[in-house]
Design a binder for this molecule. Structure first.
Ligand code: HEM
Ligand SMILES: *[C@@H]1O[C@H](CO)[C@@H](O)[C@H](O)[C@H]1NC(C)=O
Ligand SMILES: *[C@@H]1O[C@H](CO)[C@@H](O)[C@H](O)[C@H]1NC(C)=O
Ligand SMILES: *[C@@H]1O[C@H](CO)[C@@H](O)[C@H](O)[C@H]1NC(C)=O
Length: 333
């Protein structure tokens, strides 16, 4: 009697969990691994590297733009190349979101890599993996650490404009809001501080930090946690009205070199974005981490590499989910 009840229970349990398991292909070996293309496209990584190298040689800033592209992809439905889709029937492009509009760059570089890969290994390498590799290569080219990139992501058949607007932190978000947005992606405060270190390269537009220069808290005063002579310099290129798209370096000391000067800047109140400076002014744990990375390039590099792999693992599509797009800008017909 007890046995037959157990048996019935087992069957019920199987019935209850079977559909769950079937739709979670990830549960059955759907993980990412570095050798994913070793047989199907052994030259994949070399192709990515060669196009990225040319692009960064043409324009140093491109390294920064490609790192950011991977971040803005991963925070919206996972690292699934949703950011690359143009608007089409049933798709509203993420490119028009608040954090992306007039801001994301590097799309043509991804196109160039994709078209080269389609020539040499048709329908094989995903756009999502291209972005993960391009982010790693860009970091290395700018003088930063290298890491082995787990591969095997597939591309989404849709985009999420609301996800792009809501999940990606804004530069004037509070520390708590930013940390919460990271935690929703499975990232912690260590990842937040280390990954913010990518602001050691690249630029920001006047609109992204103007509030700090003129009216930080609605009292018509600049942000008191911003070095006042640095603020004065920034105001010359970012007036109260106009010049919205004017650029400033995120790291004033070594704007195209991937190093730990970003963290040193924060300690002297020369972070460009409010979201940068609050890492030292609003939370003791993040402050300690900033000091640690400011003291040692090596310690920063090691954590940055780890956190990039972790970010790259956010909800990938694997197995039979998604597809390998032949054009990164649109889903396959
Ligand atoms: C912690 C929350 C973050 C906020 C609030 C933030 C915000 C921003 C903003 C406002 C810009 C300037 C955009 C513009 O004005 O056009 C920017 C640039 C950049 N961000 Fe972040 N970011 C964050 C985290 C990250 C992370 C995690 C990464 C990469 C792992 C990253 C990589 C970059 C890079 C490389 C640039 C320069 C891009 C270029 O020059 O094209 N950021 N970020
Ligand atoms: C943050 O910036 C946005 C865009 O400039 C603005 O609309 C919003 O009011 C700002 N939020 C705060 C709390 O200052
Ligand atoms: C500063 O911001 C506050 C609230 O956002 C606004 O009421 C005030 O008019 C602004 N002051 C200036 C000089 O723009
Ligand atoms: C934008 O920056 C340029 C210098 O690169 C400067 O000449 C121009 O005046 C700036 N625009 C505004 C509105 O300040």
């Amino acid at each position: 009697m007890a046995k037959s009840i157990n048996f019935v229970f087992l069957i019920l349990a199987l019935l209850a969990f079977a559909p769950l398991c079937l739709c979670h292909v990830n549960t059955f070996g759907g993980y990412l691994y570095p050798q994913f293309y070793d047989r199907s496209c052994p030259q994949a990584q070399q192709i990515v590297n060669s196009v990225v190298s040319k692009a960064v040689a043409r324009e140093a800033r491109m390294a920064a733009s490609l790192v950011r592209l991977h971040f803005h992809d991963c925070f919206v439905k996972g690292c699934d190349a949703s950011i690359l889709l143009d608007s089409a029937s049933g798709i509203i492009s993420e490119k028009g979101s608040k954090p992306n509009k007039n801001s994301i760059r590097g799309l043509e570089v991804i196109d160039e890599i994709k078209s080269e890969l389609e020539k040499q290994c048709p329908h094989t390498v995903s756009c999502a993996d291209i972005m993960a590799l391009a982010a790693r290569d860009s970091t290395v080219l700018a003088g930063g650490p290298s890491w082995v990139v787990p591969l095997g992501r597939r591309d989404s058949k849709g985009a999420s404009l609301s996800g792009s607007n809501n999940n990606i932190p804004a530069p004037n978000n509070t520390f708590q809001t930013i940390l919460t947005k990271f935690k929703l992606q499975g990232l912690d405060i260590v990842d937040l501080v280390a990954l913010s270190g990518s602001h050691t390269i690249g630029n920001a537009r006047c609109v992204s930090f103007r509030q700090r220069l003129y009216n930080q808290s609605g009292n018509s005063k600049p942000d008191p946690t911003l070095d006042q002579s640095y603020a004065a310099t920034l105001r010359t290129r970012c007036p109260k009205f106009g010049g919205d798209q004017n650029l400033s370096f995120l790291d004033l000391v070594s704007p195209t070199k991937f190093d730990n000067s970003y963290f040193k800047n924060l300690l002297s109140f020369k972070g460009l974005l409010s979201s940068d400076q609050i890492l030292v002014t609003k939370n003791q744990v993040s402050f300690e981490l900033v000091k640690k990375y400011a003291e040692s390039n090596e310690v920063f590099f090691e954590q940055f590499a780890k956190s990039m792999v972790k970010m790259g693992n956010i909800s990938p599509l694997t197995g039979f989910k998604g597809e390998i797009r032949s054009n990164c800008r649109k889903i396959n017909a």
